[in-house]
Design a protein around this ligand. Structure first.
Ligand code: IPD
Ligand code: CA
Ligand code: CA
Length: 265
């Protein structure tokens, strides 16, 4: 049986250490490359940080599997066993341009069930974490259950690019939603936006295409405070592929689904 207390201790230690290395890197120039397109960036720190986690996990927990954004982990067809899902830097564009609004994101799953989630805002030294069934925290502070907020008083995170014609979702529905709420925000790091939903800084987050490493940790943390994380059509997320993602407090989530996102009957 997995010793979750020990795994948690190791995860926090490695995250603190990796965060320190990333902060030290601010003084040095980065090596920046592009991936799938000219706006999809990766730096030496994304790669080094992922390798740091993977080598520690492999040494300490040789029977655990790893899914990592930069491809140094395993090729997985299932979530059997204990699986670490790692985004070494979520919000790389912000890391490069702003040196803020980026995080380390790690979700640890056991046979497909989220057990431990960590989102570390490196610049602000804010660690959001949760253990399934034991609540969620930001550093030492326990996060309270999410409060019910009506749509018209809610603050939602959505990237402006989804409000113009796109191939993933009817932009008119998203424009109606964006018009109905109190305000919209966009932070450029999916994991940070999920941490902000969990801590009540925003009420909901919607986006069209995320990979498992973007939402694995956030899903666990949001669920621990009474939130729901699904696709934009309210379906369960597939932890091994790309999904649309919609997170929010349970009542708000269901109101937005019914009033704005689901096909009208
Ligand atoms: C990206 C960020 C961004 C989201 C993209 C992700 P990366 O992750 O989370 O907010 O809109 O879809 O790919 O590339 O910075 O790890
Ligand atoms: Ca990411
Ligand atoms: Ca990344």
């Amino acid at each position: 049986m997995a010793n979750w207390t020990e795994i948690d201790r190791h995860a926090k230690l490695w995250i603190a250490d990796a965060g320190e290395s990333i902060r030290r890197s601010f003084k040095h120039s980065l090596s920046i490359q592009t991936k799938s397109n000219p706006n999809d960036l990766v730096t030496n720190m994304d790669k080094e940080t992922e390798k740091y986690f993977i080598s520690n996990i492999r040494d300490t927990y040789p029977d655990h599997s790893i899914l990592g954004e930069e491809g140094n982990g395993d090729q997985l067809n299932s979530l059997d066993g204990t699986v670490w899902i790692i985004d070494p830097i979520d919000g790389t564009t912000n890391f490069i341009h702003q040196q803020r609004n980026f995080v380390i994101s790690i979700g640890i799953y056991e046979n497909g069930v989220g057990r431990l989630g960590y989102i570390y805002d490196v610049t602000h030294d804010e660690l959001y974490f949760a253990e399934k069934g034991k609540g969620a925290y930001m550093n030492e502070v326990k996060l309270p259950p999410l409060e019910k907020v009506p749509v018209h008083q809610s603050l939602i995170a959505v990237n402006a690019t989804w409000l113009v014609k796109n191939t993933y979702f009817d932009q008119h529905k998203l424009v109606s939603l964006a018009t109905a709420v109190r305000g919209t925000r966009s932070y450029g790091s999916a994991a940070l936006e999920l941490a902000y939903v969990a801590s009540g800084r925003i009420d909901s987050y919607l986006t069209m295409r995320l990979s498992p490493w973007d939402f694995a940790a956030g899903k666990i943390i949001v669920e621990e405070v009474g939130g729901v994380v699904t696709t934009l059509l309210g379906e369960e997320l597939d932890m091994l592929s790309v999904n649309s993602v919609f997170a929010g407090e349970v009542n708000l989530h269901s109101e937005i689904l019914d009033q704005f996102l689901l096909p009208t009957k």
